[in-house]
Write a protein that binds this ligand. Sequence first.
Ligand SMILES: NC(=O)c1ccc[n+]([C@@H]2O[C@H](COP(=O)([O-])OP(=O)(O)OC[C@H]3O[C@@H](n4cnc5c(N)ncnc54)[C@H](O)[C@@H]3O)[C@@H](O)[C@H]2O)c1
Length: 460
Amino acid sequence: MTALPSVSVVGLGKLGACIAACFADKGFEVVGSDVSSHTVELVNQGRPPVTEPGLPEMLARSRGRLRATQDAGEAVHATDATFIVVPTPSNDEGGFSISYVIDAARSIGRALRDKKGYHLVVLTSTVLPGSTEYGMVPVLEQESGKRCGEDFGVCYSPEFIALGQVIRDFLNPEFLLIGEFDARSGEKLSAIYKSVCDNDPSVARMSLVNAELTKISVNAYVTMRISFANMVAALSEQLPGGDVDTVTGALGFDTRIGSRYLKGAVAYGGPCFPRDNQALAYLARQLGQKASLAEAVHAFNESTNQRLAERVLELVPEGGSVAVLGLSYKPDSNVIEEAAGFLLVRSLVEAGARVTVHDPMAMDAVRQVLGDSIAYASGVADAVQGKDVVVIANPDRAYAGLDLASIPRSTVVVDAWRMLRKQAAAAAAPNYIGLGLGEDNQRLARALAGMWTDPAGARS
Ligand SMILES: NC(=O)c1ccc[n+]([C@@H]2O[C@H](COP(=O)([O-])OP(=O)(O)OC[C@H]3O[C@@H](n4cnc5c(N)ncnc54)[C@H](O)[C@@H]3O)[C@@H](O)[C@H]2O)c1
Protein backbone atom coordinates (compact mmCIF):
# COMPACT_ATOMS: atom_id res chain seq x y z
CA MET A 1 0.00 0.00 0.00
CA THR A 2 1.37 3.45 -0.91
CA ALA A 3 1.73 5.92 1.94
CA LEU A 4 -0.90 8.63 2.22
CA PRO A 5 0.31 12.08 1.27
CA SER A 6 0.47 14.60 4.11
CA VAL A 7 -1.83 17.60 3.86
CA SER A 8 -2.03 21.09 5.28
CA VAL A 9 -5.21 23.11 5.72
CA VAL A 10 -4.91 26.90 5.77
CA GLY A 11 -7.93 28.38 7.56
CA LEU A 12 -9.35 26.33 10.45
CA GLY A 13 -12.86 27.81 10.61
CA LYS A 14 -16.28 26.20 10.23
CA LEU A 15 -15.22 24.27 7.13
CA GLY A 16 -11.41 24.05 7.42
CA ALA A 17 -11.34 22.66 10.98
CA CYS A 18 -13.66 19.82 9.92
CA ILE A 19 -11.67 19.07 6.76
CA ALA A 20 -8.42 18.93 8.77
CA ALA A 21 -10.03 16.63 11.35
CA CYS A 22 -11.48 14.32 8.67
CA PHE A 23 -8.10 13.91 6.98
CA ALA A 24 -6.41 13.18 10.31
CA ASP A 25 -9.18 10.73 11.24
CA LYS A 26 -8.53 8.85 8.00
CA GLY A 27 -4.84 8.46 8.84
CA PHE A 28 -3.32 11.44 7.00
CA GLU A 29 -0.60 13.47 8.72
CA VAL A 30 -2.18 16.93 8.88
CA VAL A 31 -0.84 20.37 9.70
CA GLY A 32 -3.48 23.06 10.12
CA SER A 33 -2.72 26.74 9.93
CA ASP A 34 -4.73 29.76 11.00
CA VAL A 35 -3.96 33.43 11.63
CA SER A 36 -5.85 33.16 14.94
CA SER A 37 -3.56 32.12 17.82
CA HIS A 38 -6.63 31.05 19.80
CA THR A 39 -7.75 28.67 17.03
CA VAL A 40 -4.25 27.19 16.76
CA GLU A 41 -4.05 26.73 20.52
CA LEU A 42 -7.42 24.97 20.66
CA VAL A 43 -6.58 22.58 17.82
CA ASN A 44 -3.25 21.75 19.44
CA GLN A 45 -5.11 20.92 22.64
CA GLY A 46 -7.40 18.62 20.64
CA ARG A 47 -10.34 20.97 21.21
CA PRO A 48 -12.72 22.25 18.50
CA PRO A 49 -12.33 25.88 17.41
CA VAL A 50 -15.89 25.89 16.00
CA THR A 51 -19.21 24.27 16.95
CA GLU A 52 -19.92 21.29 14.72
CA PRO A 53 -21.42 17.89 15.62
CA GLY A 54 -18.80 15.11 15.70
CA LEU A 55 -15.83 17.49 15.58
CA PRO A 56 -14.82 17.22 19.28
CA GLU A 57 -14.73 13.42 19.11
CA MET A 58 -12.83 13.44 15.83
CA LEU A 59 -10.21 15.90 17.13
CA ALA A 60 -9.75 13.85 20.28
CA ARG A 61 -9.20 10.70 18.18
CA SER A 62 -6.77 12.49 15.85
CA ARG A 63 -4.25 13.71 18.40
CA GLY A 64 -0.76 12.92 17.18
CA ARG A 65 -1.79 13.13 13.52
CA LEU A 66 -3.08 16.72 13.56
CA ARG A 67 -1.20 19.76 14.77
CA ALA A 68 -1.66 23.45 14.09
CA THR A 69 0.56 26.46 13.57
CA GLN A 70 0.13 30.15 12.80
CA ASP A 71 2.90 29.83 10.24
CA ALA A 72 1.34 28.76 6.91
CA GLY A 73 4.84 28.43 5.45
CA GLU A 74 5.78 25.81 8.02
CA ALA A 75 2.56 23.91 7.23
CA VAL A 76 3.47 23.92 3.52
CA HIS A 77 7.04 22.76 4.18
CA ALA A 78 5.82 19.84 6.26
CA THR A 79 3.24 18.53 3.77
CA ASP A 80 2.61 17.42 0.17
CA ALA A 81 -0.64 19.30 -0.50
CA THR A 82 -2.29 22.43 0.92
CA PHE A 83 -6.02 23.19 1.07
CA ILE A 84 -6.94 26.89 1.36
CA VAL A 85 -10.19 27.33 3.30
CA VAL A 86 -10.17 31.03 4.22
CA PRO A 87 -13.14 33.43 4.09
CA THR A 88 -14.23 35.02 0.80
CA PRO A 89 -16.68 37.68 2.06
CA SER A 90 -19.37 39.02 -0.25
CA ASN A 91 -19.13 42.65 -1.34
CA ASP A 92 -22.05 45.05 -1.73
CA GLU A 93 -22.67 44.12 -5.36
CA GLY A 94 -22.76 40.37 -4.65
CA GLY A 95 -19.21 39.43 -5.74
CA PHE A 96 -16.65 37.70 -3.49
CA SER A 97 -13.51 39.34 -2.16
CA ILE A 98 -10.41 37.12 -2.54
CA SER A 99 -8.15 39.26 -0.33
CA TYR A 100 -7.79 36.48 2.29
CA VAL A 101 -7.06 33.96 -0.46
CA ILE A 102 -4.33 36.24 -1.81
CA ASP A 103 -2.83 36.66 1.69
CA ALA A 104 -2.76 32.89 2.11
CA ALA A 105 -1.31 32.42 -1.40
CA ARG A 106 1.52 34.85 -0.59
CA SER A 107 2.53 32.81 2.47
CA ILE A 108 2.22 29.53 0.56
CA GLY A 109 4.15 30.91 -2.43
CA ARG A 110 7.01 32.13 -0.24
CA ALA A 111 7.24 28.68 1.36
CA LEU A 112 7.28 26.99 -2.05
CA ARG A 113 10.35 29.03 -3.06
CA ASP A 114 12.70 26.79 -1.06
CA LYS A 115 10.58 23.66 -0.86
CA LYS A 116 11.95 20.64 -2.66
CA GLY A 117 9.63 18.50 -4.75
CA TYR A 118 6.18 18.93 -6.19
CA HIS A 119 3.41 20.53 -4.09
CA LEU A 120 -0.33 20.69 -4.78
CA VAL A 121 -2.30 23.80 -3.80
CA VAL A 122 -6.10 23.32 -3.61
CA LEU A 123 -8.40 26.31 -3.27
CA THR A 124 -11.55 25.23 -1.41
CA SER A 125 -13.04 28.65 -0.58
CA THR A 126 -15.96 29.78 -2.75
CA VAL A 127 -14.75 32.16 -5.47
CA LEU A 128 -16.00 33.66 -8.73
CA PRO A 129 -14.87 32.32 -12.13
CA GLY A 130 -11.36 33.46 -12.97
CA SER A 131 -10.24 33.97 -9.35
CA THR A 132 -8.04 30.86 -9.16
CA GLU A 133 -6.25 31.12 -12.50
CA TYR A 134 -5.99 34.89 -12.82
CA GLY A 135 -5.99 35.86 -9.12
CA MET A 136 -4.26 33.15 -7.09
CA VAL A 137 -1.92 31.38 -9.53
CA PRO A 138 0.07 34.54 -10.48
CA VAL A 139 0.64 35.27 -6.76
CA LEU A 140 1.88 31.72 -6.14
CA GLU A 141 4.22 31.96 -9.16
CA GLN A 142 5.51 35.40 -8.25
CA GLU A 143 6.17 34.58 -4.57
CA SER A 144 7.71 31.16 -5.28
CA GLY A 145 9.63 32.05 -8.42
CA LYS A 146 8.31 28.71 -9.76
CA ARG A 147 5.92 27.67 -12.53
CA CYS A 148 2.42 26.32 -11.96
CA GLY A 149 2.05 23.02 -13.83
CA GLU A 150 5.79 22.27 -13.50
CA ASP A 151 6.96 22.79 -9.92
CA PHE A 152 3.58 22.84 -8.25
CA GLY A 153 -0.03 22.10 -9.15
CA VAL A 154 -3.28 23.94 -8.53
CA CYS A 155 -6.91 22.82 -8.20
CA TYR A 156 -10.11 24.60 -7.35
CA SER A 157 -12.27 22.17 -5.40
CA PRO A 158 -15.11 23.60 -3.31
CA GLU A 159 -17.20 21.61 -0.85
CA PHE A 160 -20.98 21.25 -0.85
CA ILE A 161 -21.59 20.97 2.85
CA ALA A 162 -24.26 22.17 5.24
CA LEU A 163 -23.31 23.37 8.69
CA GLY A 164 -24.39 20.87 11.33
CA GLN A 165 -23.45 18.00 9.00
CA VAL A 166 -20.09 19.17 7.64
CA ILE A 167 -18.26 15.97 8.57
CA ARG A 168 -20.90 13.67 7.11
CA ASP A 169 -21.14 15.75 3.92
CA PHE A 170 -17.36 15.97 3.49
CA LEU A 171 -16.90 12.21 3.90
CA ASN A 172 -19.95 11.34 1.75
CA PRO A 173 -20.10 13.91 -1.03
CA GLU A 174 -22.86 13.84 -3.68
CA PHE A 175 -20.04 14.25 -6.18
CA LEU A 176 -16.51 15.61 -6.23
CA LEU A 177 -15.93 18.80 -8.12
CA ILE A 178 -12.33 19.20 -9.26
CA GLY A 179 -11.19 22.16 -11.29
CA GLU A 180 -7.62 21.47 -12.40
CA PHE A 181 -4.82 23.64 -13.75
CA ASP A 182 -3.48 20.51 -15.46
CA ALA A 183 -4.13 16.75 -15.44
CA ARG A 184 -1.38 16.04 -12.92
CA SER A 185 -2.98 18.36 -10.35
CA GLY A 186 -6.41 16.79 -10.88
CA GLU A 187 -5.08 13.23 -10.60
CA LYS A 188 -3.27 14.01 -7.34
CA LEU A 189 -6.40 15.52 -5.82
CA SER A 190 -8.65 12.67 -7.02
CA ALA A 191 -6.30 10.20 -5.33
CA ILE A 192 -6.40 12.19 -2.07
CA TYR A 193 -10.20 12.29 -2.07
CA LYS A 194 -10.41 8.56 -2.82
CA SER A 195 -8.47 7.92 0.39
CA VAL A 196 -10.69 10.10 2.53
CA CYS A 197 -14.27 9.63 1.25
CA ASP A 198 -16.48 6.97 2.83
CA ASN A 199 -18.55 6.66 -0.34
CA ASP A 200 -17.57 6.28 -3.98
CA PRO A 201 -18.75 9.54 -5.52
CA SER A 202 -18.74 10.55 -9.17
CA VAL A 203 -15.83 12.83 -9.95
CA ALA A 204 -16.38 15.86 -12.18
CA ARG A 205 -12.96 17.00 -13.45
CA MET A 206 -12.79 20.14 -15.51
CA SER A 207 -10.98 23.43 -16.01
CA LEU A 208 -10.63 25.85 -13.11
CA VAL A 209 -13.11 28.32 -14.54
CA ASN A 210 -15.78 25.68 -15.20
CA ALA A 211 -15.48 24.39 -11.63
CA GLU A 212 -15.82 27.91 -10.27
CA LEU A 213 -19.00 28.40 -12.30
CA THR A 214 -20.31 24.97 -11.29
CA LYS A 215 -19.99 25.69 -7.57
CA ILE A 216 -22.16 28.81 -7.56
CA SER A 217 -24.52 27.33 -10.17
CA VAL A 218 -25.29 24.31 -7.95
CA ASN A 219 -26.22 26.48 -4.99
CA ALA A 220 -28.11 29.03 -7.07
CA TYR A 221 -30.12 26.20 -8.66
CA VAL A 222 -31.05 24.86 -5.24
CA THR A 223 -32.21 28.33 -4.12
CA MET A 224 -34.44 28.43 -7.20
CA ARG A 225 -36.04 25.09 -6.23
CA ILE A 226 -36.57 26.17 -2.63
CA SER A 227 -38.20 29.38 -3.84
CA PHE A 228 -40.37 27.48 -6.31
CA ALA A 229 -41.66 25.22 -3.54
CA ASN A 230 -42.25 28.28 -1.36
CA MET A 231 -44.33 29.79 -4.15
CA VAL A 232 -46.39 26.60 -4.40
CA ALA A 233 -46.86 26.72 -0.61
CA ALA A 234 -48.09 30.31 -0.78
CA LEU A 235 -50.58 29.37 -3.50
CA SER A 236 -51.75 26.24 -1.66
CA GLU A 237 -52.53 28.37 1.35
CA GLN A 238 -55.01 30.44 -0.69
CA LEU A 239 -56.93 27.44 -2.04
CA PRO A 240 -59.71 25.68 -0.13
CA GLY A 241 -58.16 22.43 1.07
CA GLY A 242 -54.88 23.35 -0.63
CA ASP A 243 -51.97 21.18 0.56
CA VAL A 244 -48.39 21.91 -0.45
CA ASP A 245 -47.20 18.51 0.79
CA THR A 246 -49.61 16.73 -1.53
CA VAL A 247 -48.59 18.87 -4.49
CA THR A 248 -44.81 18.76 -3.98
CA GLY A 249 -45.04 15.06 -3.14
CA ALA A 250 -46.53 14.46 -6.61
CA LEU A 251 -44.07 16.85 -8.28
CA GLY A 252 -41.28 14.79 -6.75
CA PHE A 253 -42.50 11.64 -8.53
CA ASP A 254 -41.60 13.27 -11.83
CA THR A 255 -38.01 12.26 -12.45
CA ARG A 256 -37.40 15.53 -14.33
CA ILE A 257 -38.08 17.28 -11.04
CA GLY A 258 -37.21 14.98 -8.11
CA SER A 259 -38.18 15.60 -4.52
CA ARG A 260 -35.21 17.14 -2.72
CA TYR A 261 -35.38 20.75 -1.54
CA LEU A 262 -39.00 20.89 -2.61
CA LYS A 263 -40.60 21.26 0.79
CA GLY A 264 -42.29 24.64 0.75
CA ALA A 265 -41.58 26.26 4.11
CA VAL A 266 -39.45 29.28 5.05
CA ALA A 267 -37.01 31.36 2.99
CA TYR A 268 -33.55 29.89 2.43
CA GLY A 269 -30.70 31.37 4.49
CA GLY A 270 -27.28 30.55 5.90
CA PRO A 271 -23.75 31.36 4.81
CA CYS A 272 -23.86 29.88 1.27
CA PHE A 273 -27.23 29.84 -0.53
CA PRO A 274 -28.05 33.57 -0.42
CA ARG A 275 -24.60 34.72 -1.34
CA ASP A 276 -23.91 32.12 -4.05
CA ASN A 277 -27.17 33.08 -5.73
CA GLN A 278 -26.27 36.76 -5.48
CA ALA A 279 -22.82 35.98 -6.86
CA LEU A 280 -24.32 34.29 -9.92
CA ALA A 281 -26.41 37.41 -10.55
CA TYR A 282 -23.31 39.58 -10.09
CA LEU A 283 -21.34 37.41 -12.52
CA ALA A 284 -24.12 37.68 -15.12
CA ARG A 285 -24.14 41.48 -14.82
CA GLN A 286 -20.34 41.62 -15.07
CA LEU A 287 -20.43 39.49 -18.21
CA GLY A 288 -23.15 41.65 -19.78
CA GLN A 289 -25.74 38.89 -19.51
CA LYS A 290 -29.25 38.88 -18.04
CA ALA A 291 -29.16 38.37 -14.27
CA SER A 292 -32.93 38.47 -13.90
CA LEU A 293 -33.44 34.80 -13.03
CA ALA A 294 -31.11 34.84 -10.00
CA GLU A 295 -32.28 38.33 -9.04
CA ALA A 296 -35.91 37.21 -9.06
CA VAL A 297 -35.08 34.28 -6.79
CA HIS A 298 -33.36 36.65 -4.38
CA ALA A 299 -36.28 39.10 -4.38
CA PHE A 300 -38.80 36.28 -3.95
CA ASN A 301 -36.83 34.91 -1.02
CA GLU A 302 -36.87 38.28 0.70
CA SER A 303 -40.62 38.51 0.12
CA THR A 304 -41.00 35.07 1.72
CA ASN A 305 -39.42 36.42 4.92
CA GLN A 306 -41.69 39.49 4.83
CA ARG A 307 -44.75 37.37 4.17
CA LEU A 308 -44.02 35.18 7.20
CA ALA A 309 -43.64 38.25 9.43
CA GLU A 310 -46.91 39.74 8.14
CA ARG A 311 -48.75 36.45 8.60
CA VAL A 312 -47.57 36.15 12.21
CA LEU A 313 -48.25 39.82 13.03
CA GLU A 314 -51.86 39.42 11.81
CA LEU A 315 -52.32 36.85 14.57
CA VAL A 316 -50.72 38.80 17.41
CA PRO A 317 -53.15 40.96 19.39
CA GLU A 318 -52.16 44.54 20.34
CA GLY A 319 -49.30 44.29 22.87
CA GLY A 320 -49.38 40.50 22.49
CA SER A 321 -46.61 37.96 22.93
CA VAL A 322 -44.92 35.61 20.43
CA ALA A 323 -42.54 32.70 20.88
CA VAL A 324 -40.25 31.90 17.95
CA LEU A 325 -38.80 28.38 18.02
CA GLY A 326 -35.78 27.75 15.78
CA LEU A 327 -33.48 30.68 15.07
CA SER A 328 -30.60 29.16 13.14
CA TYR A 329 -30.76 28.66 9.37
CA LYS A 330 -31.06 24.90 9.87
CA PRO A 331 -31.14 22.41 12.74
CA ASP A 332 -27.85 21.43 14.42
CA SER A 333 -26.26 24.77 13.67
CA ASN A 334 -25.69 27.96 15.64
CA VAL A 335 -25.45 30.10 12.49
CA ILE A 336 -28.17 32.77 12.22
CA GLU A 337 -26.88 34.50 9.08
CA GLU A 338 -29.93 35.22 6.88
CA ALA A 339 -31.88 32.63 8.91
CA ALA A 340 -35.67 32.84 8.57
CA GLY A 341 -36.33 32.40 12.31
CA PHE A 342 -33.84 35.06 13.31
CA LEU A 343 -35.11 37.50 10.65
CA LEU A 344 -38.67 36.88 11.83
CA VAL A 345 -37.70 37.75 15.40
CA ARG A 346 -36.10 40.97 14.20
CA SER A 347 -39.22 41.98 12.24
CA LEU A 348 -41.51 41.17 15.16
CA VAL A 349 -39.39 43.24 17.56
CA GLU A 350 -39.41 46.15 15.10
CA ALA A 351 -43.20 45.89 14.94
CA GLY A 352 -43.42 46.16 18.74
CA ALA A 353 -44.30 42.55 19.64
CA ARG A 354 -43.05 40.99 22.86
CA VAL A 355 -40.86 38.12 21.66
CA THR A 356 -39.47 35.07 23.45
CA VAL A 357 -37.05 32.84 21.57
CA HIS A 358 -35.75 29.31 21.76
CA ASP A 359 -33.11 27.43 19.80
CA PRO A 360 -31.06 24.41 20.88
CA MET A 361 -27.77 25.96 19.67
CA ALA A 362 -28.18 29.54 18.46
CA MET A 363 -29.31 31.47 21.56
CA ASP A 364 -25.88 33.04 22.19
CA ALA A 365 -25.56 34.15 18.58
CA VAL A 366 -28.98 35.86 18.76
CA ARG A 367 -28.22 37.41 22.15
CA GLN A 368 -25.13 39.06 20.67
CA VAL A 369 -27.30 40.85 18.10
CA LEU A 370 -30.63 41.44 19.83
CA GLY A 371 -29.51 41.61 23.48
CA ASP A 372 -32.26 42.49 25.96
CA SER A 373 -34.86 43.43 23.33
CA ILE A 374 -36.24 39.85 23.56
CA ALA A 375 -36.59 37.12 26.20
CA TYR A 376 -34.58 33.89 26.05
CA ALA A 377 -36.46 30.77 27.13
CA SER A 378 -34.80 28.08 29.21
CA GLY A 379 -36.59 25.35 27.25
CA VAL A 380 -39.36 24.70 24.74
CA ALA A 381 -42.08 24.45 27.41
CA ASP A 382 -40.94 27.71 28.97
CA ALA A 383 -40.92 29.43 25.54
CA VAL A 384 -44.46 28.35 24.70
CA GLN A 385 -46.08 29.05 28.05
CA GLY A 386 -48.70 31.81 28.05
CA LYS A 387 -47.98 33.12 24.55
CA ASP A 388 -50.55 34.42 22.11
CA VAL A 389 -48.66 32.97 19.15
CA VAL A 390 -45.99 30.28 18.84
CA VAL A 391 -44.04 29.98 15.55
CA ILE A 392 -41.99 26.94 14.59
CA ALA A 393 -39.43 28.43 12.21
CA ASN A 394 -37.03 25.54 11.70
CA PRO A 395 -37.56 21.79 11.63
CA ASP A 396 -35.47 20.95 14.69
CA ARG A 397 -36.32 17.64 16.32
CA ALA A 398 -36.77 19.57 19.59
CA TYR A 399 -40.02 20.93 18.14
CA ALA A 400 -41.27 17.76 16.47
CA GLY A 401 -42.07 16.47 19.95
CA LEU A 402 -44.21 19.47 20.91
CA ASP A 403 -47.47 18.23 22.43
CA LEU A 404 -50.32 20.34 21.05
CA ALA A 405 -52.65 19.03 23.76
CA SER A 406 -50.46 20.76 26.36
CA ILE A 407 -50.87 24.14 24.65
CA PRO A 408 -54.01 26.10 25.55
CA ARG A 409 -56.41 26.81 22.70
CA SER A 410 -55.91 30.54 23.23
CA THR A 411 -52.36 30.11 21.86
CA VAL A 412 -52.12 29.96 18.06
CA VAL A 413 -49.40 27.61 16.79
CA VAL A 414 -47.92 28.58 13.40
CA ASP A 415 -45.99 25.62 12.03
CA ALA A 416 -43.93 26.71 9.01
CA TRP A 417 -42.68 23.15 8.43
CA ARG A 418 -45.98 21.36 9.16
CA MET A 419 -44.18 19.05 11.59
CA LEU A 420 -47.25 18.76 13.80
CA ARG A 421 -49.89 18.51 11.11
CA LYS A 422 -50.84 14.88 11.81
CA GLN A 423 -51.13 15.57 15.51
CA ALA A 424 -53.20 18.68 14.79
CA ALA A 425 -55.51 16.79 12.42
CA ALA A 426 -56.01 13.94 14.91
CA ALA A 427 -56.88 16.40 17.68
CA ALA A 428 -58.84 18.70 15.34
CA ALA A 429 -56.88 21.53 16.97
CA PRO A 430 -58.50 24.83 15.94
CA ASN A 431 -55.49 26.82 17.13
CA TYR A 432 -53.07 25.17 14.64
CA ILE A 433 -51.97 26.82 11.40
CA GLY A 434 -49.77 24.74 9.12
CA LEU A 435 -48.29 27.12 6.56
CA GLY A 436 -48.84 25.94 3.00
CA LEU A 437 -52.20 24.42 3.94
CA GLY A 438 -55.35 26.16 2.75
CA GLU A 439 -58.15 26.10 5.26
CA ASP A 440 -61.15 24.11 4.19
CA ASN A 441 -63.33 27.14 4.60
CA GLN A 442 -65.92 29.10 2.70
CA ARG A 443 -63.91 32.30 2.44
CA LEU A 444 -61.29 30.61 0.25
CA ALA A 445 -63.97 28.74 -1.70
CA ARG A 446 -65.91 31.96 -2.37
CA ALA A 447 -62.73 33.73 -3.52
CA LEU A 448 -61.94 30.86 -5.87
CA ALA A 449 -65.50 30.68 -7.23
CA GLY A 450 -65.41 34.47 -7.76
CA MET A 451 -62.39 34.12 -10.03
CA TRP A 452 -64.37 31.91 -12.40
CA THR A 453 -67.61 33.84 -12.46
CA ASP A 454 -67.77 36.05 -15.50
CA PRO A 455 -70.99 38.09 -15.29
CA ALA A 456 -70.57 39.45 -18.86
CA GLY A 457 -70.01 35.98 -20.24
CA ALA A 458 -72.96 34.61 -18.30
CA ARG A 459 -75.32 37.11 -19.99
CA SER A 460 -74.31 36.31 -23.56
N1 LIG B 1 -19.39 27.49 6.22
C1 LIG B 1 -20.03 26.92 5.20
O1 LIG B 1 -21.16 26.45 5.30
C2 LIG B 1 -19.34 26.82 3.85
C3 LIG B 1 -19.82 25.90 2.91
C4 LIG B 1 -19.22 25.82 1.65
C5 LIG B 1 -18.20 26.69 1.36
N2 LIG B 1 -17.75 27.58 2.29
C6 LIG B 1 -16.66 28.48 1.91
O2 LIG B 1 -15.49 28.12 2.60
C7 LIG B 1 -14.72 29.29 2.89
C8 LIG B 1 -14.45 29.34 4.37
O3 LIG B 1 -15.68 29.39 5.06
P1 LIG B 1 -15.80 29.15 6.64
O4 LIG B 1 -17.25 29.16 6.90
O5 LIG B 1 -14.99 27.97 7.05
O6 LIG B 1 -15.12 30.49 7.17
P2 LIG B 1 -14.75 30.85 8.68
O7 LIG B 1 -14.82 32.32 8.77
O8 LIG B 1 -15.53 30.02 9.64
O9 LIG B 1 -13.22 30.37 8.82
C9 LIG B 1 -12.17 30.91 8.11
C10 LIG B 1 -10.88 30.76 8.91
O10 LIG B 1 -9.80 31.24 8.10
C11 LIG B 1 -8.88 31.93 8.95
N3 LIG B 1 -8.03 32.78 8.11
C12 LIG B 1 -8.32 33.96 7.51
N4 LIG B 1 -7.29 34.38 6.77
C13 LIG B 1 -6.31 33.46 6.90
C14 LIG B 1 -4.98 33.33 6.38
N5 LIG B 1 -4.47 34.22 5.55
N6 LIG B 1 -4.26 32.27 6.76
C15 LIG B 1 -4.78 31.35 7.60
N7 LIG B 1 -6.02 31.40 8.12
C16 LIG B 1 -6.77 32.45 7.76
C17 LIG B 1 -9.77 32.64 9.95
O11 LIG B 1 -9.07 33.00 11.12
C18 LIG B 1 -10.85 31.56 10.21
O12 LIG B 1 -10.50 30.71 11.26
C19 LIG B 1 -15.53 30.47 2.36
O13 LIG B 1 -15.12 30.79 1.07
C20 LIG B 1 -16.94 29.92 2.30
O14 LIG B 1 -17.74 30.55 1.34
C21 LIG B 1 -18.28 27.65 3.53
